[in-house]
Design a protein around this ligand. Structure first.
Ligand code: F6R
Length: 609
């Protein structure tokens, strides 16, 4: 949550920082601000609301300078207001800070600093950092930041500038991402690579507890012991164009349409149809280990949790290893039974979700082997885990996850097939069949994407409804949960996903003519059961929208509206069935005039618990 950007070089930093913030706005959009140094003075512009307000502010009161920092906020401490917007300054107005994270002991620090005479202008935790740096400042900003950090408990990615010295930005990180973009006679800072893609491909991922001095022609990084540290410069292969809307009205729509490609990119080079092989170079999980483990424990949040729920079905069916799935925020405060016989899998698009990261650290402490499935290269979770399997989806900008979800499912299919081969729990023929199914998924997804018009029409009928139920069974039950989550988060309609067979144990009481029911009724071993559940809902007046396979004539009589999708093996059907649900939420949201890409109260990367 929150995005930070910095620039030092020979261009106008205000422009570069603003453009970087545009790429990070998905991380928070309550308020935004930029500070630059010009003529030995700090110049700050801050505005409440979306970034566009900051742009108007800067247009009316232009600022420029060769060194600048900026921030886009997702409020944690203090309401969205101009006073609470970053950058924050010390009492003298010489020291300026932008921060992503949470300072846990800010109240104690603030009280102490107030006693010492510091005057605070905001309700934020961040402002204490500016005043602490002021307290320790004796003419050297680096040393002052270093001393201030010793007093702070919590998570931070920080950028600090001081009007006494326009030749450097001091940055630091702990449990929040911070990336340096290495340019020629210019250097960049950002919370994630999408803000850097337009300028540089060489990046450095700072490690926890690093402090760095960024000058226009040099970068010096120091580790937690104060020793100068060498950090590898990595090449980012993501295309800048992937982070643009490319003619689509919203990022979410573009990202829905990208899925045929991103699924293919995620399995490319990792499966071979010719010789029936799965090749996952970064996963060092041996046959011996798989034969001795007692269970697989999956941990994630939100949409990534739903990917984990689908994975449980795959794992148990293909490998016979018991699997469980946990919500990270619950898992981390429970007493999970973990030891060396458990494989733990952490699923996270951003790789920065605070609860998932904390759960991963807990699993490591307890001696479990860890594996991460992440989309963002170099993210905290990917670096913390013993093994990492990246999805290759490119930057996901829309706050509602779409292509990252199908990328996660794809990575999980590969992983589970790899485990099944190692354990010898699938025959050669079955494996060939599964690999072929996976290989054909992008074509099926493309066919599915062609149903958008049909879904748009259905959305027109239902977009003013106040509530929705999503039903499915078995491996598609998590897709019902995911469909309901998508609708809730971007259209603010109350929606619940249920296992269809559970309805008669209570939720069926909710059903009447005002309750539309979306049912996943594609070919499966529970298809007949789902048809009975449709009858039950229909008998109580519900309007039924069924997701069914092309050529299913029967469903036309059973349901009121139909969305037809291509047929695939039941095991892979979640990858197909989720797509109409993404489209449906998207269309309903746009028809209700909601902000699809930046829904209220949400942010893309949840770095607070
Ligand atoms: C919903 C959504 C969230 C995320 C969740 C976890 O569309 O995007 O529910 O899935 O916040 O985020 P990651 O996967 O980055 O850990």
């Amino acid at each position: 949550m929150c995005g930070i950007v910095g620039y030092i070089g020979s261009e106008n930093s205000a422009d570069i920082v603003y453009k970087g913030l545009e790429k990070l706005e998905y991380r928070g959009y309550d308020s935004a601000g930029i500070a630059v140094i010009k003529d030995d003075k700090i110049h700050i512009r801050r505005s409440v609301g979306k970034l566009i307000n900051l742009q108007k502010n800067i247009k009316n009161n232009p600022i420029s300078g060769f060194i600048g920092i900026g921030h886009t906020r997702w409020a944690t401490h203090g309401k969205p207001s101009e006073e609470n917007a970053h950058p924050h300054t010390d009492c003298s107005g010489k020291i300026v800070v932008v921060h992503n994270g949470i300072i846990e002991n800010y109240i104690q620090i603030k009280q102490q600093l107030q006693k010492e005479g510091h005057k605070f202008a905001s309700e934020t935790d961040t402002e204490v950092i500016a005043h602490l740096i002021e307290k320790y400042y004796k003419g050297d900003l680096f040393n002052a930041v270093k001393s201030a950090l010793k007093d702070i408990r919590g998570a931070y990615a920080l950028s600090v500038i001081c009007s006494d010295d326009d030749s450097r930005i001091i940055v630091a990180r702990k449990d929040a991402p911070l990336i340096l973009g290495v340019g020629k006679d210019e250097n960049f800072i950002a919370s994630d690579v999408s803000a850097l893609l337009a300028y540089v491909r060489d990046v450095i991922f700072l490690e926890n507890d690093d402090i760095a001095e960024i000058k226009k022609d040099s970068i010096k990084i120091f580790d937690k012991n104060g020793n100068e540290a060498k950090r590898t410069v990595q090449k980012i292969l993501w295309d800048a164009i992937q982070a643009e809307k490319c003619g689509y009205k919203h990022f979410m729509l573009k990202e829905i349409y990208e899925q045929s490609q991103t699924i293919q990119d995620t399995f490319r080079g990792r499966i071979s149809v010719e010789d029936n092989k799965i090749l996952l170079e970064t996963v060092k999980i041996s046959k011996d280990f798989l034969n001795k483990i007692s269970r697989i424990c999956i941990v994630a949040c939100g949409t990534s949790y739903h990917a984990g729920l689908v994975a449980k079905f795959m794992i148990e069916e293909l490998t016979s290893i018991p699997a469980e799935v946990n919500i990270a925020s619950e898992f981390r405060y429970g007493t999970p039974v973990l030891n060396g016989t458990v494989l733990t899998i952490f699923i996270s698009q951003s790789g920065e979700t605070a609860d998932t990261l904390a759960a991963l650290k807990l699993a490591k402490e307890k001696g479990a082997t860890t594996l991460a499935i992440c989309n963002v290269i170099g993210s905290s979770i990917s670096r913390e885990a013993d093994n990492v399997l990246y999805t290759h989806c490119g930057p996901e900008i829309g706050v509602a996850s779409t292509k990252a979800f199908t990328g996660q499912l794809t990575a999980l299919y590969l992983l589970v097939m790899d485990f099944a081969i190692k354990k010898g729990t699938v025959s050669e023929d079955k494996l060939a069949y599964l690999i072929k199914q996976m290989w054909d998924i992008p074509i099926k997804v493309t066919e599915c994407l062609k149903q958008s018009e049909q879904i748009l029409e259905i959305a027109k009928t239902f977009h003013m409804k106040k509530q929705f139920i999503y039903l499915a069974r078995n491996i598609n039950y998590p897709i019902a949960l995911e469909g309901a989550l998508k609708l809730k988060e971007i259209s603010y309609i109350y929606a619940e996903g249920y296992p269809a067979g559970e309805m008669k144990h209570g939720p069926i009481a909710l059903i009447d003519e005002n309750m539309p029911v979306m049912v996943i009724a594609t070919k499966s071993k529970v298809y007949e059961k789902v048809l009975s559940n449709i009858e039950e809902a229909k008998a109580r007046g519900a309007k039924i929208i069924a997701i069914a396979n092309i050529n299913n004539k029967e469903i036309i009589e059973k349901s009121d509206y139909q969305i037809f999708v291509p047929e695939v093996d039941e095991m892979f059907s979640p990858l197909i069935n989720v797509i109409p649900l993404q489209f449906f939420s998207y269309y309903v949201s746009t028809m209700r005039g909601c902000d699809v890409d930046q829904p209220r109260n949400l942010a893309k990367s949840v770095t607070v618990e």
